[in-house]
Write a protein that binds this ligand. Structure first.
Ligand code: F6P
Length: 255
């Protein structure tokens, strides 16, 4: 489109694609740190990219966060011809209800007219209770669905911002700071070289599962997330489709 050419966004996408060694990058105009409507644009672009890759049957695993919530708002009832199920990618990782993957999956199902399943695993229970939870047939069933997802849609956050937003224990907080974590995704905290320095122990999708999934969409914008995006992408599958904004892209291009 004309606007994208004039503003140089197409050119930016190409440069960033080769810099980050990814097959596909979508950049939306603006900086979501400064303007709230940019998140809506991230949502719109994600919805578009997802729809292009729908198959007959889809299981879409989704993480939490305000960006994912924005994607949910932008989904429309045109998943027609597909049978799609939304599932949370992982169990509880300490987010408020509105930012939880379960809530976002329900919204996505509502907006598309498709189905969703929830995964309720308590955050603060003993190992024994946790283990017995995993034996529950309903939980097992949802876990199997998650493991057979053909699409994953996830956010990326700044490590300290995320550690603060969740009720991270002082011990874990220390691991995150001592390990110099800069980015977070799926409950994994990464340092600048992409090494995992801390992981929230919960069930569901694990980082190593991502390489078996056909379509992985990472959605994150705002110049403040550039470091986090760069760190995460060092260990992300190269098939990842990055959907970001100009604010983050400009920072990322500075190298
Ligand atoms: O907690 C879920 C999560 O997807 C994190 O993995 C990620 O860092 C964060 O949310 C992103 O949140 P936001 O989109 O609000 O910046």
């Amino acid at each position: 489109n004309m606007m994208r050419e004039i503003s140089g966004i197409n050119e930016m996408e190409k440069r960033l694609q080769s810099l980050l060694n990814l097959n596909e990058i979508v950049i939306v105009p603006g900086n979501s740190d400064e303007s709230p409507w940019v998140k809506e644009e991230l949502g719109r672009a994600s919805a578009f990219s997802m729809k292009q890759r729908l198959e007959g049957n889809n299981i879409i695993a989704v993480t939490g966060g305000s960006t994912m919530a924005a994607v949910a708002e932008m989904l429309t009832p045109d998943f027609s011809g597909s049978d799609t199920l939304f599932v949370p990618a992982r169990g509880g990782i300490g987010e408020d209800v509105k930012n939880q993957a379960n809530t976002i999956c329900a919204k996505m199902a509502e907006h598309t007219g498709m189905r969703h399943r929830v995964l309720y695993v308590p955050d603060q229970v003993s190992k024994e209770v946790y283990k017995s939870f995993l034996k529950e047939p309903m939980i097992k069933e949802v876990l199997n669905l998650i493991k057979s997802a053909n699409m994953v849609l996830h956010g990326i956050g700044d490590a300290i911002t995320m550690a603060e937003r969740r009720k991270t224990s002082p011990d874990d907080f220390e691991k995150i700071t001592v390990g110099h974590a800069v980015g977070e995704a799926f409950g994994y905290y990464f340092d600048e070289s992409g090494e995992v320095v801390h992981k929230v122990p919960t069930i569901g999708l694990q980082l190593e599962d991502l390489k078996h999934i056909n379509h992985v969409f990472a959605v994150a914008g705002g110049s403040s997330k550039a470091k986090a995006i760069r760190a995460y992408l060092k260990s992300a599958p190269s098939s990842t489709i990055l959907i970001t904004d100009e604010g983050a892209a400009k920072e990322l291009l500075k190298g």
